[in-house]
Design a protein around this ligand. Sequence first.
Ligand SMILES: O=C(O)c1ccccc1N[C@@H]1O[C@H](COP(=O)(O)O)[C@@H](O)[C@H]1O
Length: 204
Amino acid sequence: MFVKICGLRDLPSARVAVDAGADAIGFVYHPASPRHVEPAQIRSIVDALMVDGRGDVPVETVLVVRGRPVEEVLRVAREGGVRTVQFHGGEPDADLQQAVDAGFTVMRALSLAEYVAGGSSSTVDARLLLDAPEPGQGRLMEVPDRALLPRTPWILAGGLGVGNVGAQIENLRPDGVDVSSGVESARGVKDHAKIRQFVANARA
Ligand SMILES: O=C(O)c1ccccc1N[C@@H]1O[C@H](COP(=O)(O)O)[C@@H](O)[C@H]1O
């Protein structure tokens, strides 16, 4: 089970996620979000996580964007030193392809309705993440019929937390889970105990 802890803004929380065994950590570049981080802040965290101060970071680092021009996205991703870009705003295939061509791995976040309406038909090499229509709000994705869910690998986000991640995995059978609000004590403030417990519960 792939586990991503999203919305990180400080090094201690990032270290807790890595030490707990998360596969990926996410940084939100979206000025309207309480989790927004500037590229220099991302870079300082990524650099500090490098093993022995150099080489690879022992976790996938993800930049989360929503509706920003692709030139700005690529600049922030390069300055931040991340490996992956998560496009979370219905961005066109051309933007995702540009990120792939620039050497980033790519995730495409869709609501279930967008996915069902054909958002899966792209040829871009991107991992699929399904989320509630309004991201980062701690709201569960509604699934009226499990037959609508992908038959190829996908990641579940939206409203997950320590108390429900096990049941959601059991019920919806995603290949990965992604959380932000559910591991916070207040919006934008990560709770270290919840991060540890979330990773443990996702893997139980
Ligand atoms: O977290 C945000 O503020 C955010 C802003 C813009 C795009 C995506 C955002 N977060 C993504 O939402 C899910 C987590 O949602 P939840 O808080 O656990 O309900 C995750 O994919 C984040 O990357």
